[in-house]
Design a binder for this molecule. Sequence first.
Ligand SMILES: NC(=O)c1ccc[n+]([C@@H]2O[C@H](COP(=O)([O-])OP(=O)(O)OC[C@H]3O[C@@H](n4cnc5c(N)ncnc54)[C@H](OP(=O)(O)O)[C@@H]3O)[C@@H](O)[C@H]2O)c1
Length: 341
Amino acid sequence: MAGPGCLQGHVVGRVAFVFAAYAQSFDDENPLNGLAVGERPDPDVPDGWTTVAVRATTLNHHDLWTLRGVGMRADQLPMILGCDAAGVTDDGTEVVVHSVISSPDWLGDETLDPKRSLLSERYPGTLAARVAVPRRNLVPKPAELSFEEAACLPTAWLTAYRMLFTQAQLRPGSTVLVQGAGGGVATALITLGAAAGLRVWVTSRDFAKAERALDLGAAAVFGSGERLPERVDAVMETVGAATWQHSIRSLRPGGTLVVSGATSGRVAETELARLFFLQLRVLGSTMGTRDELARLLAFCARTGVRPVIDRTLPLADAREGFAAMAEGNVFGKIVVLPSSG
Ligand SMILES: NC(=O)c1ccc[n+]([C@@H]2O[C@H](COP(=O)([O-])OP(=O)(O)OC[C@H]3O[C@@H](n4cnc5c(N)ncnc54)[C@H](OP(=O)(O)O)[C@@H]3O)[C@@H](O)[C@H]2O)c1
């Protein structure tokens, strides 16, 4: 069997294997207990699908939820983790993978297909030397972006793009509050928002991370829950229970709250009178469409905006990255390289 020094995969008898990071069990308290890094059988390639040699992938909080057993059943284990991939197809085309897998007959916005899944939910994920994906989920990688940069975009950055521009429909000059500074989605919201001419205000639990948000283009930073100097046009929420009340209180009349995550807790009280009296809009948001991913890639290629990368690790050391993410000790994306041992 190949070790981590020979990571592109190999064949034993008639079964091919790939080196991968995968969930082998669930542990709500200590999600890293269920993480394994080793060899898995090559993914199946159904009709209409193809394989991509993964050059770079990244970690997302989604992988920690999987290791906790959120949204997965035990009979789906073991499951290769990972939602993001940039890589190369068999014919040498450089691609980015759109991770939202919709039904074969689904037309239109893939995120609205009730049967959709993300890679690593129903089909093996991207934290592997090779991943199988529907051909229609391949998006050309712009030459301006490295594989590492491109791999940051399909989940956290796509989610941020849709929150800001599709759901909140923010215009240059508007003020947006981003709850949290260091996360993959938070750093994307700050960077994309600033590049699009928004006045971006940011909260964080951590003074050092708040300072770094200023370097990304934030106009002002605040401690978590701190009163703002004025109310904002929109709030981008991924933190959940810990910041929800502050998010609702921070909106101007007619303002928009977009929520795509609840890291600190899924249940929070809402003062309903504030919702209707101030005519607030609360919108859920999940991932983005293939078209939005193509536009995000073009935006980055044209503007010079690049994802914030916290660190880059070989796949064999993925556990180090998961530990940092579980501790909240991250600023930006953790990139993982399957082919460096
Ligand atoms: N719906 C979707 O399609 C979608 C897509 C991507 C992500 N998500 C969800 O969005 C969330 C963030 O994902 P991610 O990948 O960006 O995760 P991450 O990299 O681990 O980021 C966590 C973020 O949450 C903040 N945070 C965590 N606990 C907090 C607390 N108690 N109080 C205040 N801030 C807190 C952190 O801010 P500081 O450390 O700066 O304070 C950081 O910005 C996750 O729940 C994820 O599942 C959803």
